[in-house]
Structure formats: structure tokens, C-alpha cells
Design a protein around this ligand. Structure first.
Ligand code: SF4
Length: 142
């Protein structure tokens, strides 16, 4: 099974209540291979919610509030699913503070990016899970 960011299959779980439909994720769903999950919702955050960015080793929202606890809980809940299904591959939404694979926003809320991973992506990397984003995934790469 392949863990997929839920917003990539069209679920409206992004901070602004939208999705980010990606055809490669939909194909995985139709093949019965995808397990969609949203770490931020699993961490207890509402939808919609204020945008959050990683700052140092914390996650803060647009008002400067420390939201790290929600993100940590989201990782823990998501890893429960990963372990249960012995997941080896994930397809995650780039630039998210949870799911970003190679890029995240730099914590200034100015739209600037830096190299780095979101909290969930980083936890998956530590477990040796192969990560793809919508920028480099095709079903033929499996
Ligand atoms: Fe999508 Fe991940 Fe953000 Fe949830 S946490 S909205 S799955 S990018």
C-alpha cells in the first residue's frame, strides 16, 4: 500500500478548505493501492485553519502561535497507519509543513521556500519509506 496525502486525491483538507487534485494519486486510488490520510486533520486541527509554517524546530501559525503539538500528534497518528500496513512508499504534497518532500516554506509567511521536509515526510524518511511528491511521481515509477 502507498500512503498518499489526502488533498492529492481531491479531499478538501487543505488549510483553506480546498484540495490539490493530482491525477497520479487518483490513479493509485483506482488501482486500490492508495491509503489517503491528512496528518494535520489527524493531529486535531480544524479545516479550514490558519496557514502554518516550520520555524526552527517548531511549527507556528500565521498569528505566531506554536502549533507543534498538533503536528507531532498528526505524525504519531499517521505512523500508526503506516506501521499497520507496512508502508514502503508515499506520495506526498510538496511544500506542506507536514507533507513537503523536498521543499517547505521558510517560516516567514512571505511565500519563500527553502529545502526541507515537513514533519510527516521527515518521519517517513527516518523509517526508510521512499517518498515521491506530485512533482516527480508517475505510476510507471513504482
Ligand atoms: Fe494535504 Fe498533507 Fe496538508 Fe493534509 S497535511 S492538507 S494531506 S498537504
Amino acid at each position: 500500500m502507498i500512503v498518499v496525502s489526502a488533498c492529492l486525491v481531491g479531499l478538501n483538507c487543505r488549510y483553506d478548505g480546498s484540495s490539490c487534485l493530482f491525477q497520479g494519486a487518483v490513479e493509485l486510488m483506482k488501482m486500490g493501492l492508495a491509503v489517503p490520510l491528512c496528518p494535520e486533520q489527524l493531529g486535531g486541527l480544524p479545516t479550514p485553519r490558519l496557514p502554518c509554517e516550520i520555524k526552527g524546530n517548531k511549527v507556528v501559525n500565521l498569528n505566531g502561535l506554536d502549533m507543534t503539538g498538533f503536528f507531532d500528534k498528526g505524525v504519531k497518528e499517521s505512523l500508526h497507519m503506516v506501521d499497520m500496513l507496512d508502508v514502503k512508499v508515499a506520495l506526498l504534497k510538496e511544500k506542506s509543513p507536514s507533507c513537503g518532500v523536498s521543499w517547505v516554506y521558510d517560516g516567514s509567511f512571505s511565500g519563500s521556500l527553502r529545502r526541507g521536509q515537513g514533519f510527516f515526510a521527515s518521519a517517513l524518511s527516518d523509517r526508510g519509506v521512499t517518498l515521491f511528491s506530485e512533482n516527480n511521481f508517475t505510476v510507471s515509477r513504482l
